[in-house]
Design a protein around this ligand. Sequence first.
Ligand SMILES: Cc1cc2nc3c(=O)[nH]c(=O)nc-3n(C[C@H](O)[C@H](O)[C@H](O)COP(=O)(O)O)c2cc1C
Length: 370
Amino acid sequence: MSTLFSPIQLRDLKLANRIMVSPMCQYSSENGEATDWHFTHINSLALSGAAMFCIEATHVEAIGRITPGCLGLYNDATEAALRPILASVRKHSHAAVAMQLAHAGRKGSSHVPWDGGQLIPISEGGWQPVAPSAVPHKEGEPPPLALDAAGLARVCDAFVAAAGRAERLGIDALELHSAHGYLMHQFLSPISNRRTDQYGGSLENRMRFPLEVFDAVRAAFPASKPVGVRVSCTDWVEGGWDIHQTIEYAKELKKRSVDWIDASSGGVSPLQKIPLQPGYQVPFAQAIKEATGVTTIAVGLITEAKQAEEIVASGKADMVTLARGMLYDPRWGWHAAAELGGEVSVPPQYWRSQPPTQKALFGKTSFGTR
Ligand SMILES: Cc1cc2nc3c(=O)[nH]c(=O)nc-3n(C[C@H](O)[C@H](O)[C@H](O)COP(=O)(O)O)c2cc1C
């Protein structure tokens, strides 16, 4: 029996296996609106065999986008652009669809990665990014605008409005992006948060705004549907955010009934030194799970079926999520199920691809011709 291919329940959402397609920016939106690229990409990976697909970082206001090509959910046009994509997914896939709600903060107004990913100055069509403090991401860059009370309220309201739009779109679960050096992480990390008011200084103060956003989103999204949080467990910089603070944050989120912690790392400082190796962030998921009992998702250089199985079977994490591995092999879940003796849901158009040695892989199937 494979643990990876055993079910898990998050509130009323039942998942047939413990695999999620990790959120991946596609830098292919226009004015924050999803395009034909998203139609193809999302429909394709909704058939990966993962029980849940998480839509890329979806930004709650236009200046909260990382790049001009980033996805948004902040007006009727951005909502309308996602609707036919979700309708198609629902028609052809049984995968649950989560959405990652995000705000880039001081990492906003960047070029798309294949154009170098650097800050776009306002004079070249960029915009003024906002942040907890007027501290630039990279030395020498113009500083972001420090959010005042009205700005904080605006951003929190934007998360709530996006959660409402996500619910209208029929999204099954939300993940708040509190990682990778974006706005919520910028509040948590002492590297980016130099505030002297109630939102800066002590750990309690640095956690205040992200927790306010979580509370507001949780209250705005149906109680039957899960809301998880992606965290960076360390900045990989001496004196920055670390796993001990992450565990305190996870405890606060647990008090608020968070449904999962997706344990990632890094992103707040260009000075980070990341010791990359297979499964390098799994110990963070394990530490959070051991300290809090919260459902955890492990991510980062998980590429092999047996590796993923070991992570969940040993209880280091409850689920795994894959990003690059899914782009490389968009049927990763099928292949993992074949290797581990699991079963995946596959649309009837593809049933005939079931290998003759794997009669149970697609569950109950039948077809005939004359
Ligand atoms: C193309 C691409 C886009 C990404 N966009 C996001 C994103 O929108 N939100 C996020 O939290 N992480 C994003 N990530 C990070 C992945 O979700 C994942 O955490 C990371 O790639 C490590 O997992 P992997 O080794 O399975 O790729 C992105 C990664 C890639 C490769």
